[in-house]
Design a binder for this molecule. Sequence first.
Ligand SMILES: NC(=O)c1ccc[n+]([C@@H]2O[C@H](COP(=O)([O-])OP(=O)(O)OC[C@H]3O[C@@H](n4cnc5c(N)ncnc54)[C@H](O)[C@@H]3O)[C@@H](O)[C@H]2O)c1
Ligand SMILES: [Zn+2]
Length: 536
Amino acid sequence: MSNFPATRNIVLTGFMGTGKTTVGRLLAERLNRPFVDMDDAIQAHFGKPIPDIFAQEGEAAFRAVEAELCRRFAREAGIVLSTGGGALVNPANREALAQTGVIICLTASVDEILKRVEQADDRPLLPGSQAERARRVRELLQARRPAYAAIRQQVDTTGYTPEQVVERVLEILEAEMEVPGMTRIPVQGPEGSYPICIGEGLLAHSGRLLRNRGLRPGPAAIVTNPMIAPHYAAPVAESLREAGFEPVICQMPEGEQHKTLETVASLYDQFLAAGLDRRSPVIALGGGVVGDTAGFAAATYLRGVPLVQIPTSLLAMVDSSVGGKTGVDLPQGKNLVGAFKQPVLVIIDPNVMATLPAPEFRAGLAEVIKHGIIGAPELFRQLEEHGPLNLTQLVADAVRVKVQVVEEDPFEQGRRATLNLGHTFGHAIELVSQFSIRHGEGVAVGLVAAGHMAADLGLCDRALADRITRVVERHELPISLQGYDIEAVMEAMAHDKKRAGKTLRFVVPYALGDVRLIDDPGPEVVYRALARVLQP
Ligand SMILES: NC(=O)c1ccc[n+]([C@@H]2O[C@H](COP(=O)([O-])OP(=O)(O)OC[C@H]3O[C@@H](n4cnc5c(N)ncnc54)[C@H](O)[C@@H]3O)[C@@H](O)[C@H]2O)c1
Ligand SMILES: [Zn+2]
């Protein structure tokens, strides 16, 4: 960490209860830097405590002094600054501080925030009973979400001690040194943590990123396919070479029909021929098919070698490259053989989507919309309106939802099931279409059906179901399909359920950011939801 420039400021911001003061103080101690607390500075300026400033001078006066102090602190060098939650809502404040420092936003779940501020009585924005406080926190968070979303570096503090949060902040500073502007999302896996690095042009830095993850120079396999290799194999190989690796390009055929054990066997051959040993990395460069197949090969070759995921499709970026599931299909069904294999590193370069066919991009958007509903309401709202600020933000916000869910449930025993929102419907429709529709299209229709099912059951407002429908439609994904027999789709569901030996389970939205599982809602309910999206 000694690398981070001594003169550059570190600015911690976030909502109340996210721990910015505690973490800021600890961080300043660790780095031997001066610590400045914006709230203290404001109180010193007015000569009275914050609740009194709000009560006697009003919020406008408070914000004006805050803005002045932002400009002043931006002129300091090498401080750790923690700023009140509302300070960076003003874009001018953000810009001033970003000139001379890196801004990191601490976040936490609403429940965690409520828990942490429970006993606090010096919070000017939180008067009243517990229920009123909860409502106020939700409202305020809602209002500030767009401002927080504009901050690239985010650290979710839910469930972490201040010391652990400091570690995460240090990792971000490290990333700023590696590639300035890179977004780094740490994932806490069952066998340790690994980073997801996101940034435009990141392919050209892949060699350095691998080295910094402790991978040893020597042979490295880049697994890719003939669609992707012509565009991206050379830049990755070049970057690896510069970092001291000996890259070997290992080809697998294009298409889901080659996500097979035969392909895995052919990869083993290529790994052996290239002289890969137990410490040599396998780098999956491609969509979900390459990621799953190369991942499984990496999980099993020599009982497991380090895996690096470089996803190139939107779906692979926001879904398949994160969470450690790898595997291949059998003639009897999809994904029937596989292993959990956590990558040591995920590198996402949104620029590669320039060559991604538009229908593939849209299919990935279905999963992005899904993640928005599950846990990124602000992203959902952006998708309803003008779209996200840029691809990096879109991918990062969607990835964060998946990260949060898999961190809670790495081996898919509980919460991870919520990632199947829209998928019970979607899978069955895909199956009945004999895979003539894309997975993403099935999911899109499935999201619409899940929204209506929830509304039919009175679990959410009809307005939410309508919003989901409109977002799906806005992104040129299907909201209904023609030529489908509802009974056939219901049979496909029942068959799937029998095979899995489970009850028929649906994930339904209660609200944006709140989805839950329901078991066996009954055939009439399922039929009704399907009837809304399928026409004969
Ligand atoms: N492991 C998991 O957790 C998980 C999760 C979801 C899906 N999956 C799996 O992912 C697979 C689907 O992934 P997918 O949608 O990425 O399909 P895919 O890998 O087949 O990619 C779609 C198409 O786009 C091409 N492509 C990808 N990136 C490109 C780029 N940048 N430029 C040009 N062409 C590009 C591919 O070659 C392919 O033709 C399925 O096999 C599914 O089972 C796995
Ligand atoms: Zn999916």
